[in-house]
Design a protein around this ligand. Structure first.
Ligand SMILES: NC(=O)c1ccc[n+]([C@@H]2O[C@H](COP(=O)([O-])OP(=O)(O)OC[C@H]3O[C@@H](n4cnc5c(N)ncnc54)[C@H](O)[C@@H]3O)[C@@H](O)[C@H]2O)c1
Ligand SMILES: O=P(O)(O)OC[C@@H](O)[C@@H](O)[C@H](O)[C@H](O)CO
Length: 473
């Protein structure tokens, strides 16, 4: 074979021999790596004629890349002992999130029955998450969206998408068009790592809609079912080296492959009033009570990730596998898990097996999951992943130190970033910066950014302060 023959070919439906695609029945907001490794993979495995139209959140780039490949991409399941490649065909359209006209056209059709979301925790723009979530209406981006929607809701198909920036705002606009078109019910399925993510999506959507048009909000309340999920599949960002390896293995110059682990889990609770893909064929599980599963995942997996995301860099580590190979960090993770496990007692959770699986998954030497990626938006994550364990430990009469270590690590890491000029990616970045400048009082001030009530608890502040400065190598 000549060198020219060996050059990888562009990936398109024609070059890959992919025939007719399923019709769009599922719309996704937040076209990132995780959606393509998880919900799109489950939909592919279900193989029952559900096509996905996915919209980016903030930049059109991912959509442009996928459109150039007819929505096709390679999913690489990266195990410790090798890669498995799968061509995903379920994503049939990719669009810029600001393209409200296309989104409106899709949602106006009764054929579209499900909207999935991966818009990050920060994307919900909540003043508080958890059991009683509340939209942060003071957020200037939310306020600007509400103003733009109020001005345009009578003619939703004409709203300028570049002026509506939140996912909830965009959904309010297109649901107005669905109502006007006589479109029926549908399910909104949050696939983000936050507690009660169905309630979070509901609070964001209805909180926005109520400020725009009460009748529309009532219609959404009657028509939209919010489905809660616990989602799991470690999916790091794709690198140029990954793209080259995919080209070498498949012969296609895929500009947008996704690298993920072989493990995947999807646990869902809620109704799908207009139907859904048969995701159970790929192992999705439908339950009545999601909370025990959600806690197990958010506390054990994401809590440990959050701890490592801050403690790891303080000790010179860049990836999850590197941090876990440090016996000191591994010991902190085990202590945090011991504390969390004491409060994960629902029958069927099998916490020991879950922990062992996590040790193996985190240690996968071929998945380079960068701590810097996981460390974004810490002020929101600690409140859901570490502090509930701390409170449960205190209520049980213990000091809860193991659950405060992620908080102390976050404070020391934020302080180090401010000192060395590494930008802080967090919706509360300004408050973190101001709090870290408050001299000897900064532990209480930083804790107030995460949880104002806890910051008034002298024992908690003293316990965090005692941990600070002890975590470096
Ligand atoms: N990557 C994983 O391992 C993983 C696993 C489980 C769950 N998740 C969830 O999926 C989310 C996305 O992860 P990813 O790996 O796809 O990230 P990514 O960076 O590849 O993609 C994130 C997507 O969300 C959009 N987005 C970002 N901020 C937004 C905002 N404020 N409002 C609206 N949209 C916004 C981006 O434009 C992009 O389309 C995570 O935040 C998490 O909640 C990720
Ligand atoms: O931004 P986060 O912390 O919600 O997510 C970063 C990782 O912890 C997360 O993506 C995990 O890999 C994922 O939750 C595994 O299912």
């Amino acid at each position: 074979m000549s060198a020219a023959d060996a050059r990888p070919r562009p990936l398109t439906a024609a070059t890959a021999g992919v025939g007719p695609r399923p019709p769009v029945r599922l719309v996704h907001l937040g076209l990132g790596a995780f959606h393509r490794a998880h919900q799109a993979w489950y939909t592919e495995q279900a193989a029952d004629e559900w096509g996905i139209a996915a919209f980016t959140g903030r930049s059109p780039e991912a959509a442009e890349q996928l459109t150039s490949q007819d929505g096709l991409y390679t999913l690489v399941e990266r195990a410790a002992d090798g890669d498995r490649h799968q061509l995903i065909t379920a994503l049939v359209e990719a669009h810029d999130g600001a393209d409200l006209r296309t989104l409106t056209g899709l949602l106006a059709s009764p054929d579209v029955a499900v909207v999935t979301l991966t818009i990050t925790e920060a994307g919900y723009r909540l003043a508080r998450a958890g059991d009683d979530p509340l939209l942060n209406a003071e957020d200037p981006v939310v306020a600007a969206d509400v103003a733009a929607l109020r001005a345009g809701v009578a003619r939703p198909e004409e709203i300028d998408g570049s002026r509506v920036l939140t996912a909830a705002g965009r959904l309010v606009a297109v649901l107005a068009a669905r109502r006007a078109a006589g479109g029926g019910p549908l399910a909104v399925v949050s696939c983000d790592n936050l507690p009660a993510n169905d309630a979070a999506a509901r609070a964001a959507l209805l909180g926005t809609a109520r400020r725009v048009d009460e009748d529309l909000a009532d219609w959404i309340e009657r028509t939209v079912a919010f489905v809660g999920t616990s989602i799991d599949r470690i999916t790091p960002r794709t690198t140029d080296a990954d793209r080259e390896a995919v080209a070498a293995a498949t012969g296609f110059a895929d500009v947008s492959p996704v690298i993920t682990e072989p493990f995947s889990s999807w646990i869902l609770a809620g109704d799908f009033p207009a139907g859904r893909p048969a995701w159970e064929r790929a192992g999705a599980v439908f339950v009545e009570d999601l909370e025990p599963f959600e806690r197990r995942k958010l506390w054990l997996l994401n809590g440990a990730h959050t701890l490592m995301a801050y403690a790891g860099p303080l000790r010179g580590h860049a990836t999850v596998a590197q941090a876990l190979a440090d016996p000191t960090v591994a010991g902190w993770v085990e202590e945090f898990w011991d504390a969390a496990a004491r409060h994960l007692t629902t029958p069927g959770l099998d916490v020991p097996a879950y922990r062992q699986a996590l040790r193996d998954r985190f240690a996968n030497p071929r998945i380079a999951h960068h701590l810097a990626q996981i460390g974004n938006d810490g002020s929101l994550k600690l409140a859901a992943r570490a502090l509930p364990v701390y409170r449960a430990e205190r209520d049980a009469g213990r000091d809860g130190t193991a659950a405060l270590r992620p908080v102390a690590a976050w404070m020391d890491r934020m302080t180090a970033q401010l000192a060395d000029g590494t930008p802080i990616t967090d919706p509360a970045a300004d408050r973190i910066t101001a709090a870290a400048g408050t001299g000897g009082e900064d532990t209480a001030a930083l804790l107030a950014v995460v949880d104002a009530t806890l910051a008034r608890d002298a024992d908690a502040v003293a316990a965090v302060a005692a941990l600070r400065g002890t975590l470096t190598a």
